[in-house]
Design a protein around this ligand. Structure first.
Ligand code: TYM
Length: 341
């Protein structure tokens, strides 16, 4: 029997690129996470074959209480669902369910010079902040590289603070590929249009460990309290002083949560509006912006099975990918039983 081949069927199908990104369950999702990264997690979930990791091995570098880490991991899965990830269209995984990540990290450790890790700006900043100088903290970016490339993911939505880590991931891939052959693609970062979001102190990056965050799912009164404590333009001392919206973190955040940003900027610059008013408005806008997601989160949290079901489905989806990469890496480096080819 002969079959007519339609040329359209014969045309090569574009291979869908894979996306991986990770978020640490080291605290509640905050405005920096959302504006810098989670917006893109959601926007890109259909464009790529997408995998989102709750990276609890990474969080062990800062969270040292077992019950706290478990709670934060559970909460982070709810956050990821509430911001709009759909487990039917992507995979949400818990890193520690997939120890292959840690195995590849070890293999990468045998390739990466310690000096690359010591000069990593995030490592230096962590030490300056007084974080414990563990081997885990030093090796943090090696595990991050393993997280991404074990899926041969090339697209990595992250905030701009992760620039140095992504560059290091690419260097690690190049070093591995030089030694063992072209196995891994070099991953690229995808950023949102937000800059690195500053914390309520207006000085440092908004971060869970800096304790300067505005958690997006905090109670409305807590959001009001935190926003009212934000530092504005330090040179605007009196209500009548004109402000500088470009240096005022409160004004900058208005840009992302709806409302007429240009009018707000103008009000500050001409002293038509005061900092208190601008903060009160920001708090209400944040509350309003996240209200539908907060409601969805509350609905999800009422189902005690939703988190573990989501993680089990995610792990089920990615296990065949992990098995294939691990087998290829074992063959390339010469560990594990010899396989028939
Ligand atoms: P984490 O948990 O600190 O942050 C999660 C995501 O939020 C972004 N982000 C910010 N973006 C802008 N302004 C801020 N103030 C801000 N704070 C956080 C981060 O850039 C990140 O995208 N190292 C990663 C976790 C990780 C990972 C990975 C990421 C582990 N393995 C593999 C990508 C791929 C981190 O610090 O996440």
């Amino acid at each position: 029997m002969s079959q007519t081949l339609d040329v359209r069927d014969a045309a090569p199908r574009p291979v869908q690129e894979r996306l991986f990104t990770g978020i640490q369950p080291s605290g509640a999702s905050h405005l920096g996470n959302y504006l810098g990264a989670q917006v893109n997690y959601v926007a890109l979930q259909d464009r790529y074959e997408s995998i989102y990791g709750i990276v609890d091995y990474h969080a062990l570098t800062t969270v040292h209480d077992a019950a706290t880490l478990r709670t934060l991991t559970h909460e982070m899965v709810l956050d990821m669902l509430a911001v709009g990830l759909d487990p039917a269209r992507c995979a949400i995984v818990r890193q520690s369910d997939l120890p292959e990540h840690a195995e590849l990290c070890w293999i990468f450790d045998t390739v990466v010079p310690v000096s690359w890790l010591q000069r990593n700006p995030t490592y230096k900043a962590s030490l300056a902040e007084g974080k414990e100088n563990s081997a885990g903290l030093l090796n943090y970016p090696v595990l991050q590289a393993a997280d991404i490339v074990i899926y041969k993911a090339s697209v990595v939505p992250v905030g701009k603070d992760q620039d140095a880590h992504l560059e290091l991931s690419r260097e690690i891939v190049r070093a591995f590929n030089r030694r063992y052959g072209e196995i891994f693609p070099e991953p690229r970062a995808v950023y949102t249009d937000a800059p690195i979001v500053l914390g309520i102190d207006g000085a440092r990056k908004m971060g869970k460990s800096a304790g300067n965050t505005i958690p997006i799912f905090a109670e409305p009164d807590e959001i009001r309290r935190l926003v009212m404590s934000m530092v504005t333009d330090p040179l605007r001392i009196k209500r009548t002083d004109p402000g500088r919206p470009e240096v005022c973190n409160v004004c900058q955040l208005h840009r992302y949560v709806g409302g007429d940003y240009l009018q707000i900027q103008d009000g500050e610059r001409t002293a038509r509006t005061g900092c208190v008013e601008t903060k009160e408005l920001l708090a209400e806008r944040i509350i309003e912006f996240f209200a539908p997601m907060r409601a969805e989160r509350a609905r999800l949290a009422a189902d005690p099975a939703v988190v573990e079901d989501t993680l089990a489905a995610g792990a089920g989806k990615v296990r065949p990918i992990l098995a294939a990469t691990v087998a290829e890496v074992h063959d390339a480096v010469g560990i594990g039983p010899r396989r028939e080819r």
